[in-house]
Ligand binder design. Structure first.
Ligand code: HEC
Ligand code: HEC
Ligand code: HEC
Ligand code: HEC
Ligand code: HEC
Length: 441
């Protein structure tokens, strides 16, 4: 008689074990998810924060802390749908008594160097306007928008500064963000790197070759919104080996640092001079050009708002670059200055101008008679031309030769031989030279 086979044979009994095991694993997994949702990262920080406050300020104060998700929202500056939730973890920023190295950095009272926090109250400016980062995120990785997170502006941490070999214990890369609103300040307390870079731009006369804020030459690319250029537009092919050897991250910021270090290494055909800057200067310049981007803040959140307004009008094509060009700018400055200058100063200026005329190499191309050398003889030039015109011509011949009708005409007369300065001449110096030329009749 044949045995019935309508039941699961003994040798398959272990299949049911698998089902139990899988069931159990799924249960544990759900348990973890459930526990995590009750105990997210930020809650762990808040629990730690309570302990820190208990220790530093006493249990009385700790009991008064209001826990939960915290946020700062100012639609003017953050847009209508976003709030900064950084203070959910950074709960101590506005609490006195949590300064100092023994408090973990995430819980510290916010530092107030140069009193800047009084100028930018947190309830108005939030955190991301200065620090960057992803406003509503509630994990460190997402909020700080570090590696692997798709967000344009990360929080610039000390760790990141180390990667770029910036030897500072302060947070300095943050100045990139400061300059979104302080772009047109000549100098701002608390922004030493950016101030240094702005000074270099003047001293090295980068505008000889680059349009910045609407004016300058066209030999190199325009830089007014350099910070908005995307990663894809930069060619890293000549520096791959350097990045690896020096352990630098492959970012646009690094591209700029290396390009200032040695333009020809990054762009072999470049005619941009190698200025021999130090690493600090390269970093400062890279920070400055990265900060040059279109900002959407309302005017009351900007320093020197009229300049931003002018730039906006230009972007919209409502005024031409030439209209805010050097000539009107110089003439306003000169008008203000002439009111200040007295006779005694004028005498000094003539002397200074005389020295500058040779130290800046003008005499290589100009005689002080009627005679033409490379350029026209300068006898009586102050009677032929307006003061503003002459000062502008000396300060920025390139721009004048491109835009000003009289200068363009002269260029034709001199067979397209351009007046080129080997050293920059600032407006004060140009004025002094003018005072000197006035005496050559
Ligand atoms: C989930 C908690 C959490 C959130 C949310 C959070 N942070 Fe932090 N933050 C930390 C911790 C922890 C540290 C300590 C150092 C670290 O881990 O990077 C820190 C450090 C910092 C530092 C100092 C970095 C340094 O190198 O000393 C800054 C600046 C900062 N955070 C800004 C922000 C900003 C801006 C936001 C909002 C966009 C934010 N954080 C949101 C947890 C958080
Ligand atoms: C006006 C710009 C500004 C705003 C707004 C601002 N910060 Fe800062 N923050 C700074 C500067 C500047 C420093 C660096 C000070 C230094 O290193 O000298 C700093 C430092 C920090 C540090 C590091 C503290 C330390 O001791 O190293 C943390 C953390 C921080 N900020 C978090 C925040 C949070 C959170 C907010 C929002 C509640 C915020 N900041 C708003 C400018 C700002
Ligand atoms: C969202 C725009 C914004 C950001 C970001 C910003 N500021 Fe300001 N800041 C302002 C405005 C607006 C004023 C007021 C300007 C005025 O009164 O002319 C100001 C004033 C100041 C002043 C006082 C200037 C004076 O003449 O009294 C200092 C110093 C300063 N900011 C430094 C900083 C630093 C450092 C940072 C970055 C850590 C920074 N700012 C970030 C908008 C900003
Ligand atoms: C003699 C002309 C000349 C001078 C002076 C000059 N540059 Fe350049 N610059 C160029 C040219 C040409 C390029 C394009 C080729 C290259 O990338 O090197 C360039 C490229 C750049 C770029 C990269 C732009 C991009 O998006 O590819 C930056 C940034 C820059 N210059 C900044 C400066 C600064 C800052 C100074 C002053 C310290 C300066 N340049 C002085 C000619 C000049
Ligand atoms: C490389 C030669 C060269 C150098 C150096 C030079 N110039 Fe010129 N300059 C010219 C030429 C050429 C013109 C005529 C316009 C043109 O073709 O660019 C000119 C025009 C001028 C004019 C206008 C003259 C007129 O008749 O309207 C003035 C003023 C002037 N230069 C002053 C200076 C001063 C001041 C310096 C020194 C800071 C200087 N130049 C350096 C070549 C030079």
């Amino acid at each position: 008689m044949e045995e019935k086979k309508d039941f699961v044979p003994d040798k398959y009994w272990y299949d049911s074990i698998w089902i139990y095991v899988f069931g159990f694993i799924i249960l544990i997994f759900l348990g973890i998810v459930f526990y995590r949702s009750l105990n997210p990262e930020w809650k762990q920080y808040q629990a730690q924060f309570k302990k820190v406050v208990e220790k530093k300020l006493g249990p009385e104060v700790a009991r008064k802390i209001d826990f939960g998700i915290k946020q700062i929202w100012n639609p003017d500056i953050m847009g209508p749908n976003v709030a900064d939730r950084c203070i959910t973890c950074h709960m101590g920023v506005e609490i006195k008594g949590l300064e100092g190295e023994d408090v973990p950095v995430v819980f510290r009272t916010h530092p107030n160097p140069d009193g800047i926090m009084d100028k930018h109250p947190i309830e108005k400016f939030g955190c991301t306007s200065c620090h960057g980062g992803q406003p509503p995120a509630l994990t460190v990785k997402q909020a700080h928008a570090g590696k692997g997170v798709r967000w344009l502006w990360p929080v610039y941490t000390r760790e990141m500064q180390k990667k770029y070999k910036i030897e500072e214990n302060r947070l300095v890369m943050i100045q990139i963000n400061c300059n979104h609103c302080h772009r047109f300040d000549k100098e701002t307390p608390g922004m030493d790197y950016i101030n240094l870079a702005k000074q270099i731009i003047q001293e090295k006369n980068c505008r000889q070759c680059h349009v910045i804020d609407g004016y300058g030459g066209n030999i190199g690319p325009g830089l007014t919104y350099e910070g908005d250029k995307s990663h894809e537009l930069f060619d890293f092919s000549h520096i791959e080996a350097d990045l690896e050897e020096r352990e630098l991250p492959k970012t646009v910021f690094t591209w700029h640092i290396l390009h200032f270090e040695n333009p020809q290494k990054v762009v072999p055909t470049s005619i941009m001079p190698n200025f021999g800057f130090s690493h600090k200067e390269n970093v400062a310049l890279a920070m400055l050009v990265m900060s040059w981007r279109k900002v959407k803040y309302p005017v009351e959140y900007l320093s020197n708002p009229d300049k931003y307004y002018t730039l906006k009008l230009m972007d919209e094509g409502r005024i031409k670059a030439q209209e805010i060009e050097l000539v009107p700018r110089v003439s306003t400055i000169i008008k203000q200055d002439t009111q200040k200058v007295d006779k005694g100063q004028t005498a000094n200026k003539v002397e200074l101008g005389k020295q500058l005329f040779s130290s800046k190499g003008c005499n290589a191309c100009h005689a002080l008679t009627d005679q033409k050398l490379v350029g026209p003889g300068l006898k009586g030039v102050a009677e032929r031309r307006k003061k503003e015109w002459i000062v502008a011509m000396i300060h920025n011949p390139d721009s004048m030769l491109n835009n000003d009708p009289i200068a363009k005409q002269l260029l034709k007369e001199f067979n397209n031989v351009r007046m080129v300065l080997t050293q920059p001449v600032n407006i004060e110096e140009a004025e002094a030279i003018y005072e000197y030329l006035k005496t050559i009749k």
